[in-house]
Design a protein around this ligand. Structure first.
Ligand SMILES: C[S@@+](CC[C@H](N)C(=O)[O-])C[C@H]1O[C@@H](n2cnc3c(N)ncnc32)[C@H](O)[C@@H]1O
Length: 229
């Protein structure tokens, strides 16, 4: 996988968008939109995007934004970039932001692979990928976003002390991820299940975690840190 390749296999919308959601996307989204520079050589520097923040995070595939909103609200000194092409999800987050505006969130509807090509290298402290699409059919496995090549790309955007948090409720994808971690520049620092571990702060149950609970699938979390070698 190269950084320039934009890959998105999911849906842009669920049910047809209600006029309220369309209105939010048209009129309210620009307030939170991450604007890409016209020239690809000009990189987006989180320090400039969030001048008062001291640390910077990226959430890939934030869905309806439950986790992103809560993290941003609970960590006002962290600047959060969210990447999500699924418009129905983004409009849910915009509803929350309309009720409770936050200054430390910027959003992109562009697949993360494209977003990264505009982002300054070694600028992030934390990357979250919560319940990525599992693509269960063998012929679709290569669409999975957590892979060794992707982890190698993500490494270039993290500071040396940077971390990645990944969760999944899909057993086959969990095994696939564990193999990818072994061949990646990361060390698996911690693994736990959301059901039995003390719940991480500012991480409310997301839409896809809730779906997993409803059918009794355990939700596994991986905390990765950069290997020193
Ligand atoms: C299974 S959902 C999980 C959503 C949310 N994290 C949750 O826990 O409810 C996976 C999300 O990843 C998004 N996604 C898939 N490919 C992506 C990409 N290349 N860049 C950014 N988001 C992506 C999808 O649109 C989808 O909303």
């Amino acid at each position: 996988m190269t950084e320039n390749k934009s890959i998105f296999y999911g849906r842009r919308i669920g049910r047809p968008l209600k006029s309220l959601n369309k209105g939010l996307l048209t009129h309210f989204f620009p307030k939170y939109e991450l604007i890409f520079p016209k020239n690809i050589e000009e990189k987006l520097d989180p320090k400039i995007l969030f001048p008062t923040a001291t640390t910077f995070s990226l959430e890939i595939g934030f869905g309806t934004g439950t986790h992103l909103f809560s993290q941003a609200k609970g960590n006002p000194n962290t600047g959060f970039i969210g990447s999500e092409p699924y418009l129905s999800g983004v409009s849910q987050l915009l509803k929350n932001l309309q009720e409770e505006p936050l200054k430390n969130i910027l959003l992109s509807l562009t697949p993360v692979q494209t977003l990264l090509t505009f982002l300054k290298l070694y600028s992030l402290d934390h990357i979250y990928i919560l319940f990525p699409d599992p693509w269960p059919k063998a012929r679709h496995n290569k669409r999975r976003i957590v892979s060794t090549p992707m982890l190698k790309v993500l490494k270039k955007y993290l500071k040396p002390t940077g971390k990645i948090t990944i969760s999944t409720d899909h057993t086959d994808y969990a095994g696939w991820m564990e193999e990818a971690f072994e061949k990646s520049p990361f060390i698996l620092e911690k693994t736990y299940f959301l059901e039995t571990h003390k719940r991480p702060v500012h991480w409310p149950i997301t839409r896809f975690e809730n779906k997993a609970h409803l059918v009794g699938r355990p939700c596994k979390v991986y905390e990765l840190i950069l290997s020193k070698t």
